[in-house]
Design a protein around this ligand. Structure first.
Ligand code: ZN
Ligand code: ZN
Length: 164
């Protein structure tokens, strides 16, 4: 099921471009279950940002926080992982070497690529479902958070010195 909620990341900024330098507009972004980018799905996203008119275009600054489903590095179970990032990025009005982001001809400022970059970078490399995740049994693959497997109980106490 794909939703078009990513539209909330595309801001119409024509009215800001028409203002003089220094004009600030505060924007709150809130969305549930949508694709920030094709490879980044957010279960929830919240952003508190300000758009400031500057000579080159618009400066986007603020904080964004997203929750997404991530595979635990130990037990491989999907869990919700929240990530936050601070933004301070120039969206230039016209193609410009100083800026990676450009406001479209339709006066649309697309936060999707920026959020994607920030959130993917700040995501922990090995996200765990909980700090004391017990992981999977190396022998039978059982999730040791959910159950104790028999091989584990026996091996640890009796056979450890023989096995290794
Ligand atoms: Zn885990
Ligand atoms: Zn086992």
């Amino acid at each position: 099921m794909t939703s078009n909620c990513a539209d909330i990341l595309r801001l119409k900024v024509g009215h800001i471009l028409n203002k003089s330098v220094g004009f600030v507009s505060e924007v709150q972004i809130e969305g549930q279950e949508f694709h920030v980018a094709s490879d980044l799905y957010a279960n929830s996203l919240f952003g508190n940002i300000s758009l400031t008119r500057i000579p080159l275009g618009i400066l986007v600054a603020g904080d964004v926080e997203a929750t997404s489903s991530t595979e635990c590095g130990r037990c491989l179970v999907n869990h919700l992982n929240s990530t936050s990032a601070s933004i301070s990025e120039l969206y230039s009005e016209h193609d410009n070497e100083q800026s990676q982001f450009t406001i479209g001809d339709n006066c649309e400022l697309d936060l999707g690529p920026l959020f994607r970059e920030l959130l993917l970078v700040s995501e922990p490399i090995q996200a765990l479902c909980c700090t004391d995740c017990k992981g999977l049994c190396a022998d039978c693959g059982a999730n040791l958070n959910q159950s104790k497997c028999e091989c584990h109980e026996e091996n640890v106490s009796k056979n450890l010195s023989i096995v290794f």
